[in-house]
Design a protein around this ligand. Structure first.
Ligand SMILES: Nc1ncnc2c1ncn2[C@@H]1O[C@H](COP(=O)(O)OP(=O)(O)OP(=O)(O)O)[C@@H](O)[C@H]1O
Ligand SMILES: [Mg+2]
Length: 356
């Protein structure tokens, strides 16, 4: 797991809080003595439209209210939460430095290197770094540096605090998703060791295509495509408001003609995925991926993996980061299984509880 946090204080009880454009999601995990994970509770609470736009908290009160509603359904408040910033507000870079530097010297080196590549003034960012391992050159190590816009970090902390929560960790959304992805990859044959796995995260307004091998990101690209398209079609076809369409879609209570909209949407997802693959092949040295993993709220659509797999001719599964975890008896298994692909970021954030 990438252990980088733009702000972090040691904490025992911690839940993951994912503030995304469609909803607020909370996940709490626990671990037994042998490290076995268990999902204790989770909640998905819809946000008003345009409360979060391009990862920006556009309607502060709307989001704070959404978090409060989520907490009421969650039960008691978690002591601490981990939140994430969209990667657009973070710039990351791998740098090389001599091995064996003292912590303080490393910090100084990171700062001076950061000053060269960050497009902001140093006092406008929060910086963290993590040693990745030996560099190609002997005696050197490779270090991942992340710098995030302080104002965006403060927005997230502020809105969580307004809802009565304490933020203990600020992560990067793509890192959190990749942490949960590691749990999903374990479910593939031979844990997909040495294999290229494409992760397709299909959200409400955007889709991210990332290719990873053995936990290392090789490629990532975001497209403006997502479930909002289908929601608009539903609203138009059935004369509903967007909000009505959104909740009818999630609640599975739409007339049978819904399938006339759903099928073309699924086809366009498959088309987007195959385009993303082509783009990956033409812009890198690779010409195949071994598996595709579908995540995000749209991945809950039954049969989507078959359609994407059929079009791309790549073995495709739907992400469920909880499938090897124990479950609190209070949780409805079926519902959790259905909603799991949309809980990747929240799950990855909840995993921060177990950081060393
Ligand atoms: N049962 C369902 N059937 C069809 N679509 C669904 C279902 N449940 C959720 N979705 C869709 O998934 C999308 C939300 O996915 P997700 O929670 O991953 O997005 P997000 O992270 O809020 O959005 P973004 O990443 O674009 O900011 C919405 O378009 C929603 O309508
Ligand atoms: Mg998302």
């Amino acid at each position: 797991m990438i252990d980088i946090s733009l702000l972090s204080s040691r904490s025992r009880q911690l839940a993951g809080l994912d503030i995304s454009s469609s909803s607020v999601k909370l996940v709490e995990l626990s671990a037994n003595d042998r490290g076995g994970l268990r999902i204790e509770r989770y909640v998905i609470e819809l946000l008003p439209r345009d409360a979060v736009v391009d990862g920006d908290i556009a309607n502060f009160d709307g989001v704070a209210d959404g978090i409060r509603r989520a907490l009421r359904r969650f039960g008691s408040n978690p002591k601490n939460v981990a939140v994430a910033l969209p990667v657009t507000f973070v710039s990351t870079k791998k740098i090389v430095m001599p091995d064996g530097l003292r912590e303080l010297d490393m910090e100084l080196q990171v700062e001076s290197e950061a000053a060269q590549y960050i497009p902001f003034a140093l006092d406008e960012v929060n910086i963290d770094f993590q040693v990745i391992g030996p560099a190609g050159t002997p005696g050197d190590i490779e270090v991942l540096v992340a710098a995030a816009r302080k104002d965006k970090v403060e927005d997230r902390i502020g809105v969580a605090e307004a809802a009565g929560l304490k933020v203990a960790v600020v992560d990067v959304e793509s890192f959190a998703i990749e942490a949960a992805f590691e749990l999903v990859v374990e479910q593939l044959p031979n844990s997909a060791r040495g294999k290229l796995v494409g992760l397709v995260n299909i959200g409400a307004s955007s889709t991210t295509f990332t290719v990873l091998r053995d936990g290392q990101r090789l490629y990532s690209r975001e497209q403006q495509f997502g479930g909002n398209q289908l929601t608009q079609d539903i609203a138009r076809q059935f004369g509903m408001s967007t909000e009505e369409a959104e909740s009818a879609k999630r609640g599975d209570n739409l007339p049978p003609e819904y399938s006339d909209l759903l099928r073309p949407f699924m086809d366009s997802v498959a088309l987007e995925v195959s385009r993303a693959l082509q783009f990956f092949f033409t812009s890198t040295q690779y010409n195949a991926v071994d598996y595709l993993v579908l995540a995000g709220g749209c991945a809950v659509i039954p049969g989507l993996a078959e359609i994407v797999g059929g079009r791309t001719q790549v073995q495709t599964i739907v992400a469920n980061p909880f499938s090897d975890m124990a479950q609190s008896s209070k949780l409805a298994s079926k519902k959790l299984q259905a909603e799991a692909p949309s809980l990747m970021a929240a799950c990855g954030l909840a995993l921060r509880r177990f950081d060393e």
